[in-house]
Write a protein that binds this ligand. Sequence first.
Ligand SMILES: *Cc1c(COP(=O)(O)O)cnc(C)c1O
Length: 358
Amino acid sequence: MEKINFTAGPSILPKEVFAEMAQGVIDYNGSGLSLLEVSHRGPAFTAIIQEAIQLVKDLLKLPSQYEVLYMMGGASTQFPLIPYNLLPIDGVAGYVDTGTWSTKAIKAAKVFGDVDVCASSEDDQFKFIPKDFKVDPEWAYFHLTSNNTIAGTQLHQVPDSGDVPIVIDMSSDIFSKKIENIEQYGMIYASAQKNLGPSGATLVIIDKNLLGKTNRNIPEIFDYQKHIAKDSVLNTPAVFAIWGCMLTLRWIKKTGFKKIEKDNLKKAELLYAELDNNPLFFPRIKAVEDRSIMNVTFDIKRNELEKTFMVFCENHGVVGIKGHRSVGGFRASLYNAMPVEGVEKLVKLLQDFTWRFG
Ligand SMILES: *Cc1c(COP(=O)(O)O)cnc(C)c1O
């Protein structure tokens, strides 16, 4: 049976991306060689990484001061690299704590310097996005997380930070819609494995004018400037993952942000509408304006039925709805590649289960 996969990451990608990768692992473009056995400095991979960079520039209409990098180590490795590269030894960086991933980013930054956590929703289990805080014009940068993959909240209105560049973790909602007002960002970063490609690559978009100002002695491999100088091939890059990103970016370009955003909104509306009205299930995030359209977290009123519902879904080909181990309950991830019909099927299962057990 074909499965509908709501996993949070690594997660679904467009079917045509899987098909093309499967072919190219065996025989890349009729070359008689797998893409996985050729040099990362040869013509095949050079064309791939160049297109993967160019597609990001085109899709976001990036002004010329921005550089696009593909790095390794996931968004988690960016947590320390950001202060290493952007926070002067005697400087201060501002952070908003909106959940597990921002908490980790804050912890890593504190190793490098002064961190001002200007707002946090920790006291309410990260169930809302704090909006009441002040941006200090002295901050070297202001760090935000655009979508909280585990809690199920999303920043729908990016705050005005004046001249302080925003550094934002977009791991779980990048390319889910058009990015407005690109020049407010000093840096955008994202692990690939949610909306962009296979795990192993990390997309970094950075304003190069912010670099080289920290007075720190940075080892080459941790230095954004060195990666920029070598067009993301400073050392052996994540060949397979970057190739998957390139193919997914082609799909995003072909599909267009208009349709992608429209479908994403429709999927989220379908699921939240059911959860708001269902007598047995309920959405975890009550603050409607902060609800994520990518990761919908929900719970069941009768806890003893949690496992039963999971098995019920699996029996009907719906997988990956178990909530993150740190928070429990359920989570349905509605990334770009999830078709509207997949969500319709989940809604139907919620209704059927409620009819039988509610
Ligand atoms: C998944 C995720 C991360 C961590 O990604 P890794 O690739 O595991 O390092 C960081 N931030 C957000 C918002 C995420 O969703």
